[in-house]
Ligand binder design. Structure first.
Ligand code: UTP
Length: 297
């Protein structure tokens, strides 16, 4: 029997420079999509996939993130006193069990691979998930759940894959496909941020992974790769051709790059339009804006 995936790493130690000056004091993962911080979407997705241990790789200046997961007795008491049951329910849904979350420091932003490696002792010899909270995925079945279910069938290392336009491929890790089996593809190679026109396919890796412990061993040996960073992609690619193998998983859902301003704004609109309490007002406003824009052209 394959071991169940019950641990997830959330690498949140990056500097978030694309959101300066906000990220001078607010961690990117605490920025809110409608009324919930990015990290809450990531936690909910992990829970739906059966994750029980949540490992955050943090850095200096991320204390707001740790505070967010604490219970808030004063707030809860006040809401109870005022009879605000709905809000109490919302608040309670964000509480985490004692001992479910661990925080590990990455002392220097040496790259995503290095951030994952920092959590190696908490993972031990088990499969694990990695979730990048700034990739937010709207999906009927949460993306990580889809992947964990596929992993139970296939094993190996699994990376979430998404089709991108050729001119966008150089912003991603791109899969060299050995065999396309539909929702799962077997991978021959992975190229991090290929030069224009040199991407081996249009399948790009995004921020969800289900990995075996061998990837941590590969990270032990790794030197810096593209962009002077220790790349997770390289450590995963080192398993290609071994008994573990690497698979891309074409998830069903829409991914928003909330690490970029434009992606964050698009996600804000999409998530707000999906809410009963906001849809009417917002869509009316958007229609007006578009009409004005068209009239001005
Ligand atoms: P990004 O490439 O988005 O970098 O990292 P960033 O620092 O968060 O943001 P910008 O580019 O400066 O605006 C992708 C993910 O990897 C984590 C980040 O926190 C983010 O979740 N990461 C990156 C680390 O934890 N440590 C690192 O050294 C690098």
């Amino acid at each position: 029997m394959r071991k169940k995936v019950t641990k997830a790493i959330f690498p949140v130690a990056g500097l978030g420079t694309r959101f300066l000056p906000a990220t001078k004091s607010v961690p990117k993962e605490i920025m809110t999509l409608v009324d919930r911080p990015l990290v809450q979407y990531a936690i909910d997705e992990a829970r739906a996939a059966g994750i029980k241990e949540f490992i955050f790789v943090t850095s200096r200046g991320k204390s707001a993130l740790e505070d967010y997961f604490d219970h808030s007795p004063v707030l809860e008491q006040e809401l109870r006193r005022k009879g605000k049951k709905d809000l109490m329910k919302v608040l309670k849904s964000t509480n985490m069990d004692s001992g479910a979350i661990a925080y590990i420091r990455q002392h220097k932003a040496l790259g995503l691979g290095h951030a994952v490696w920092c959590a190696r002792r908490l993972i031990g010899n088990e499969p694990f998930a990695v979730i990048l909270p700034d990739d937010v995925i709207a999906a009927e079945t949460p993306c990580l759940q889809q992947m964990v279910e596929a992993y139970a069938e296939t094993g190996g290392n699994m990376v979430a894959a998404m089709e991108v336009a050729p001119e966008k491929a150089s912003a991603y890790g791109v899969l060299d496909v050995k065999e396309d089996m539909g929702s799962i593809v077997e991978v021959n190679g992975m190229v991090e941020k290929p030069a224009q026109g040199e991407a081996p396919s249009n399948l790009a890796v995004i921020g969800r992974y289900v990995l075996g412990p061998s990837v941590l061993q590969n990270l032990n040996k790794l030197k810096t790769g593209a962009g002077g960073e220790i790349q997770l992609t390289d450590a995963i690619a080192a398993d290609i051709g071994t008994e573990n193998g690497v698979y891309g998983y074409r998830f069903r859902g829409q991914r928003f790059d909330c690490g970029s301003k434009s992606g964050f704004l698009q996600a804000t609109v999409a998530f707000a339009l999906a809410r009963d309490d906001l849809r009417d007002d917002l869509s009316r406003y958007l229609r007006d804006v578009v009409q004005l824009e068209n009239a001005a052209e």
